[in-house]
Design a binder for this molecule. Structure first.
Ligand code: DOR
Ligand code: ZN
Length: 341
């Protein structure tokens, strides 16, 4: 049900989420599990998730950390891309949603990422034949503002060479990536909430804002506007993927700040506010759920979340054990929309 002042979202999903492990997992998992029907869980742990045993054990820890929300939250598990045999993929497939490919060294914990796309082809061929989706962190190691743009030709090549492989361009940040979506039927994309709102100016145009620093870095206003237009129009191959990526406060507020924006606790209210601001609330359901369910044939738990135009102040920090502190996006700011109990 949608009115100008409230919306009930059915089976909302986060198609790109970092939950970490240990104390951090216990702190952040409830923030997603409480109000989402499912999420695609990133595999860039240390060490990365590369076996079915690691995957199923991690899924168990996620559900334990989700506590009472576990019954209505589906973790969609991913393996870290490496060269896999057909037997390894067959063993993993019943527990697996997709495989996430990181080029070597482009972001947090991507040291075991690939050095050559060509060398990845045998595994990609198997994935295509088996129907396992490929999620890609599409950046080169070039000049920081050009990294995504430089990767777009690789997306094009992958989409052409593997026409039946379902490819997702993760966390797109450029107008050019939006345009590429319409050129290949097997290309899809996720976009974060924060990349629909901020530009590089918000990160580094005034005093440096470490809590807005992430990979890929936010780009130009015209890029943000193209992403926003596609999201507001519920582009059928675009899905919300928060890339919520918590780091302890000390790892963000320091020299050598870690990349990642922690958005999970405010993801849905902030998106409701944004879509309402632009008169596009009726398209939020497709962006946060229907597109993903259709594209991937998902069947998440039947969970609904109602958001209403009721102000809510984002906490200035979330604290866990022992002394763990994470600063969220919009910390201490009042949002116009909130989740209704
Ligand atoms: O900013 C980012 N943080 N981008 C990524 O790709 C990874 C993530 C993380 O794991 O912290
Ligand atoms: Zn990510």
């Amino acid at each position: 049900m949608t009115s100008p002042d409230s919306i009930t979202l059915h089976r909302p999903l986060d198609m790109h989420l970092h939950l970490r492990d240990g104390d951090m997992l216990r702190l952040v998992a409830p923030h997603s599990a409480s109000n989402l029907a499912g999420a695609v869980i990133m595999p860039n742990l240390v060490p990365p998730l590369t076996s079915v045993e690691m995957l199923t054990a991690y899924r168990g820890r996620i559900l334990a950390a989700a506590g009472p929300h576990a019954a209505s939250f589906q973790p969609l598990m991913t393996l870290f891309f490496q060269h896999y045999t057909e037997a390894a993929l067959a063993a993993a497939q019943p527990h697996l949603f997709a495989i996430k490919l990181y080029p070597h060294g482009v972001t947090t914990n991507s040291d075991s990422g690939i050095h050559s796309i060509d060398a990845a082809e045998p595994t990609l061929k198997l994935m295509e034949a088996m129907g396992i989706p490929l999620l890609v962190h599409g950046e080169t190691t070039g000049f920081v503002l050009d990294r995504e743009a430089e990767f777009l030709s690789i997306y094009g090549r992958l989409a052409t060479r593997f026409p039946r492989l379902r490819i997702v361009m993760e966390h797109i940040t450029t107008a050019a990536a939006v345009a590429l979506l319409d050129r290949f039927e097997n290309l899809h994309a996720t976009v974060t909430g924060h990349h629909l709102v901020i530009t590089l100016d918000d990160v580094a145009g005034g005093l440096l804002q470490p809590h807005l620093f992430c990979k890929p870095i936010a780009k130009r206003p015209e890029d943000r506007d193209a992403l926003l237009a596609a999201a507001l129009a519920a582009h059928p191959r675009l899905m919300l993927g928060s890339d919520s990526a918590p780091h302890p406060q000390h790892a963000k507020e320091c020299c050598g700040c870690a990349a990642g924006v922690y958005t999970a606790p405010l993801l849905l209210p902030r998106m409701a506010q944004l879509f309402a601001e632009h008169g596009a609330l009726e398209n939020l359901q497709a962006f946060v759920s229907d597109n993903a369910i259709r594209i991937h044939g998902l069947n998440p738990p039947d969970k609904s979340v109602t958001l209403a135009r009721q102000p809510w102040t984002v906490p200035s920090a979330y604290e866990g054990d022992p002394g763990l502190k994470v600063i969220p996006w919009e910390a201490g700011r009042e949002l116009l929309w909130s989740i209704q109990a």
